[in-house]
Design a binder for this molecule. Structure first.
Ligand code: AMP
Ligand code: MG
Length: 348
């Protein structure tokens, strides 16, 4: 398929005209990649099962993995759900538009292809001017997962989208790098108290400030608590770079010793080694390809950089990547969740 590629930086006259053109493709049942504040999304008309199927094919996504439906104003939600729980309304008022997906009971308008057969649907109102204008022009809610090939790190830059989806979708809107760099926080509003299913930029503490009690799914917490880490060798293919990624645990000194020892074992071997460090610890290493995720003082910067750094290792042909572990707290939960998944929960 020939993919139409357009670059839009602002919604000036030229930008709006270009956006109109690609939004028209949605009405024709086609797929379009668009930027959001979290990561790039691969969208189609959420009411059109045939269009939605094209998303799964383009990504190579298993069809039991539901899609998030994106709207361009709160009023659009009414017809998509069986009812808006009062607590969901509270969260919309505080966090929308923004990186928060609310799971609610779906209405009959949402096809099974979107919800993967579940009776619930995830809905988000993104805070990105191009995403919002695009959804409005399309005239339909937009079902959209991240715009990567299934298993790969989510795309935070236009070039990542081109790598993964050029030739597989009708159009790609290229724009600036995404601000947040991790996918939205997902919270199940059908449960009481509500349960965070996926951590993101809206933190658990922020949700608790609004709602009081909020639980975090065991799928998230079990995998970040070291003693409860899943059986070794259990390999997920989520957010993964092509190289073999391992998380290195311990105190700062232990981590750098472990990594330096490991790297020295590869000395003289034709294997390319990468180290994912931080601004503060880069100086501890002298061999291998050393890349910083950002400053430890700024977890949001590290989160923003994670997926693009993993793809940088790929571009440079790195085969083995040692990533320093990150201290767990409210601000780092989402980053750690993605990093551990990318490593398939492999630790040394
Ligand atoms: P992606 O945007 O590619 O990260 O994919 C959307 C993700 O949202 C899915 O993988 C699920 O984790 C979550 N999600 C979407 N809809 C639902 C739902 N109805 N119930 C639970 N989780 C959902
Ligand atoms: Mg995804």
């Amino acid at each position: 398929m020939k993919t139409k590629i357009i670059a839009i930086e602002s919604l000036d006259e030229t930008g709006l005209k270009a956006l109109e053109e690609v939004a028209a493709l949605i009405k024709k049942g086609e797929t379009v990649v668009f930027p959001t504040e979290t990561v790039y999304g691969l969208g189609a008309n959420a009411f059109d099962p045939e269009a939605v199927k094209k998303i799964f094919i383009a990504k190579g996504r298993p069809n039991d993995n539901p899609l998030i439906v994106h709207v361009s104003e709160i009023a659009e939600v009414d017809c998509l759900v069986a009812g808006i729980p009062p607590k969901a309304k509270q969260l919309m008022d505080v966090f929308w538009p923004g990186p928060l997906t609310l799971i609610m009971e779906k209405s009959a308008l949402i096809p099974a292809e979107v919800s993967a057969g579940l009776n619930t649907v995830g809905i988000r109102f993104p805070d990105h001017p191009i995403a919002r204008a695009f959804i409005k022009m399309a005239g339909y809610p937009i079902a959209a997962p991240s715009a990567n090939r299934s298993g790969r790190p989510s795309p935070t830059q236009g070039k990542h989208v081109l790598e993964d989806l050029d030739g597989r979708v009708a159009a790609i809107i290229l724009s600036s790098d995404t601000e947040i760099g991790l996918e939205s926080t997902v919270i199940d509003m059908t449960a009481e108290p509500p349960v965070v299913l996926r951590p993101g930029d809206v933190t658990v503490a922020e949700l608790r400030e609004v709602l009081g009690e909020v639980l975090v799914s065991a799928n998230v917490t079990e995998n970040v608590v070291p003693e409860k880490v899943l059986s070794p060798g259990m390999k997920y293919t989520h957010y993964s770079p092509k190289g073999d990624l391992v998380i290195v645990k311990g105190s700062t000194t232990e981590i750098s010793e472990k990594i330096n020892n490991a790297v020295s074992r590869y000395r003289g071997k034709p294997l390319s080694i990468g180290i994912l460090a931080s601004d503060e610890t880069m100086g501890c290493y002298h061999e291998g390809l050393i890349i910083s995720l950002g400053s430890q003082k700024d977890p949001r910067e590290m989160a923003k950089n994670l997926f693009s750094r993993l793809r940088t290792f790929d571009e440079l042909g790195v085969e083995k990547i040692y990533a320093e572990d990150i201290a767990l707290n409210n601000e780092t939960l989402a980053l750690i969740n993605r990093l551990y998944k990318a490593a398939g929960y492999t630790f040394i």
